[in-house]
Design a protein around this ligand. Structure first.
Ligand code: RUB
Length: 306
């Protein structure tokens, strides 16, 4: 097993790589590195290495179906190939990885193009955590000359909102930074809520950074449109078969270092936003209602369901 896979899995686990898209890209690049560095001689040896890599990457974070779909698809390209030599199979990994990354990039462009149309001059956009898909959409709107403001939450406990705030300032967007518990006080100043996603379930529910479900409720109360900006590749096919999406629970240390003994600290990384609170999913197929997500995903990526 190449060191690159171990390092990538550890970086993902420690949140040094953050956000579903970046997590998936790091995992894909680790498979590319494995393909370059492998010393496997036979097909069987190489497939075993890939299976071990898959296990390590899947275990790095529990709520990352985009990463799982990417790794599964790349490995399936190798399994479906009749090549016997490990070197030829390794080349197959490299070309499959490059193709997946290209398609991921194309979806990001497409989502930004569609979503930027929803940003109108003078709007105030509320967001939570750091989603590279959301910030890319906002950068597209800015480059198109739109003038808008952003309100972003700090996002306890890991403060991903600081990444969003810095990116917005770099773009020259007026940005207001609030603590998470101020969301209700500020959502009334917003015109639109945009959040990313880690997972989309068979029912059309969305799993994103902890607190997203609360913000969806607040948006509902304040009658503000709430949109999820995401690739359909974040769909989790296991939810079709009845599995619940697992919500990653992280170390209590992230919430309170050296906390009093016996204190129970819970640190779920994500929560579920029910589809009833989602006005639309802005994805590579357009702006679609959450209840049609499974059907649209099946049409666009049938292999996800195999
Ligand atoms: C990040 C998070 C992001 C989604 C989408 O959580 O919840 O909103 O992953 O991001 P964490 P992207 O920081 O714990 O990974 O649009 O970049 O895929």
């Amino acid at each position: 097993m190449t060191e690159a896979v171990r390092v990538a899995a550890e970086r993902i686990r420690r949140l040094e790589v953050q956000g579903a898209r970046n997590v998936a890209i790091a995992a894909i690049k680790a498979l590319e590195a494995l393909a370059e560095e492998t010393e496997a001689k036979t097909r069987e040896e190489f497939l075993n290495e890939l299976a071990e890599a898959r296990g390590l990457l899947f275990a790095s974070r529990a709520t990352e179906p985009l990463m799982r779909n990417a790794v599964r698809w790349i490995i399936s390209q190798v399994e479906n190939s009749h090549e016997k030599q490990a070197a030829a199979l390794a080349r197959r990994v490299s070309s499959a990885a490059a193709q997946f990354l290209k398609e991921l990039d194309a979806s990001k462009e497409c989502i930004a193009e569609i979503g930027a149309k929803r940003i109108l001059d003078g709007m105030v956009v509320f967001t939570h955590c750091h989603s590279s898909t959301v910030t890319y959409l906002l950068s597209k709107a800015k480059k198109e000359g739109k003038t808008f403001e952003v309100i972003c939450t700090e996002t306890r406990p890991a403060f991903q909102g600081r990444i969003t705030a810095k990116e917005m300032l770099m773009l020259g967007v007026k940005t207001t930074f609030i603590v998470d518990s101020a969301a209700r006080s500020f959502i009334r100043n917003a015109d639109l809520v945009l959040v990313g996603a880690d997972a989309i379930t068979a029912e059309g529910n969305v799993i994103n950074k902890i607190g997203t479900g609360t913000i969806a409720l607040l948006a509902h109360e304040a009658r503000k449109p709430f949109y999820v900006v995401t690739e359909l590749l974040k769909f989790d096919p296991a939810t079709v078969c009845g599995d619940y999406e697992q919500i990653e629970e992280r170390s209590p240390e992230e919430v309170w270092k050296n906390a009093p003994e016996k204190l129970v600290i819970r640190n779920p990384a994500f929560d579920v936003t029910r589809r009833d609170f989602i006005h639309g999913v802005i994805c590579e197929e357009g702006v679609i209602p959450p209840h049609s997500v499974a059907e649209v995903t099946r049409r666009r990526y049938p292999w996800i369901f195999i």
